[in-house]
Design a protein around this ligand. Structure first.
Ligand code: NAD
Ligand code: IPM
Ligand code: MN
Length: 347
């Protein structure tokens, strides 16, 4: 089994180093690692955020462990050269269309949630985010209006096949959990969302045991803080899923806690925390590595066929938290490597 390690920018390399220590401690047979540059680091080294060697490694690998990309120094580059294009390119090139973002409260973190502890305690949901379409990948550009004003535009669209394939993932995920699926859209305003709602509703006929509901995205943002326990599985588009998952992370304690898996139709996956390169704390040893470590656990479960090892890693994270391990985002002062030490000790 070959694992591609793509550390990227900012805190990406810092958190991936801790995930690697945990993976090494598991002593799995036959797992090899190969590292490549991605994002701003790759642009600085070779002039492109997703160099051909990196894409080739990602294609060859059985699974990809991805840190984060993004560098303020690159924000003025032409869009196709910006670090973020690396992750968007990997998702698109490898057809990683299904992004699973579990948000669950570790009971030890109830007091870190932005919500009251008794409300936070209910959080246990999976956000299924579509990753290959929507306004992210439509035609975009800058133009001039008839009267010479600058205008930016981005086309939002989904075709029915794109909606259907993610709807199936949503329904199957709900069947494997508590049987409730909430599809989130903005069908009261957007045609893209009307098609989304129509296709999800049609697909429901194949899953009679799943209880399907629909919710507008603005209401969903509100319900996530009012009563997050009502959600089992949420299925939504690329843009809404991006925003709602950051919100859910803070309800569950910290953005430094939420892992993700981005899967293709055969189950090949890229695993990354939902957070970014955090330039404000990069290089200071302050980043919480738990989202990255939990992403490695998802990799063990979904791509490497090691569910028992995944359970062990997740239990070790819980153990570290129970033992009081807290980085700055969790109200403590432990460094990135001290957090890694705590997980290793619990393992
Ligand atoms: P961010 O997620 O990087 O940071 C938001 C805030 O959360 C910051 O205050 C940061 O310090 C904090 N934070 C994030 N992760 C943390 C962790 N593990 N431990 C402790 N604190 C943490 O989002 P942003 O600031 O909006 O974006 C910064 C850069 O990252 C941008 O260039 C953006 O495009 C990029 N980004 C990349 C990804 C990715 O690689 N998948 C995801 C999101 C953002
Ligand atoms: C994420 C990030 C990315 C996204 C950016 C960096 C392109 O915010 O993975 O959540 O918007 O998908
Ligand atoms: Mn995001």
């Amino acid at each position: 089994m070959l694992i591609a390690l793509l550390p990227g920018d900012g805190i990406g390399p810092e958190v991936i180093a801790q995930a690697r220590r945990v993976l090494d401690a598991l002593g799995l047979d036959g797992v090899t690692y190969q590292e490549a540059a991605v994002g701003g680091a790759a642009y600085k080294a070779s002039g492109h955020p997703l160099p051909p060697e990196t894409l080739d490694l990602a294609r060859r690998a059985d699974a990809i462990l991805f840190g984060a990309v993004g560098d303020p120094a690159c924000d003025m580059l032409e869009r196709h050269l910006r670090p973020e294009q690396a992750i968007l390119g990997l998702r698109k090139e490898l057809a990683l269309f299904a992004n699973l973002r579990p948000a669950k409260l570790f009971p030890e973190l109830a007091s870190e949630s932005a919500l009251r502890p008794e409300i936070a305690a209910q959080i246990d949901m999976m956000i299924v985010r579509e990753l290959n379409g929507d306004v992210y990948f439509g035609e975009k550009g800058m133009r001039k209006t008839a009267d010479g004003k600058r205008e930016g535009y981005d086309i939002m669209s989904y075709n029915e096949d794109e909606v259907r394939r993610i709807a199936h993932v949503g329904f199957k995920t709900a069947m494997a959990r508590n049987g409730r699926l909430c599809s989130v859209d903005k069908a009261n305003v957007l045609e893209t969302s009307q098609l989304w709602r129509d296709v999800v509703t049609e697909t429901a006929a194949e899953y009679p045991s799943v209880q399907l509901s629909h919710m507008y995205v603005d209401n969903c943002a509100m319900q996530l803080v009012r009563a997050p326990g009502q959600f089992d599985v949420i299925v939504t588009g690329n843009l809404f899923g991006d925003i709602l998952s950051d919100q859910a992370s803070m309800c569950a304690g910290s953005i430094g806690m939420l892992p993700s898996a981005s899967l293709d139709k055969a189950g090949k996956g890229l695993y990354e925390p939902i957070h970014g390169s955090a330039p404000d704390i990069a290089g200071q040893g302050k980043a919480n590595p738990l989202a990255m470590i939990l992403s490695a656990a998802m990799m063990l479960r979904y791509s490497l066929g090691h569910p028992a090892a995944a359970d062990r890693v997740e239990a070790a994270v819980a153990g570290a938290l129970a033992g009081g391990a807290r980085s700055g985002d969790l109200g403590g002062s432990m460094s990135t490597s001290e957090m890694g030490n705590a997980v290793l000790a619990a393992l």
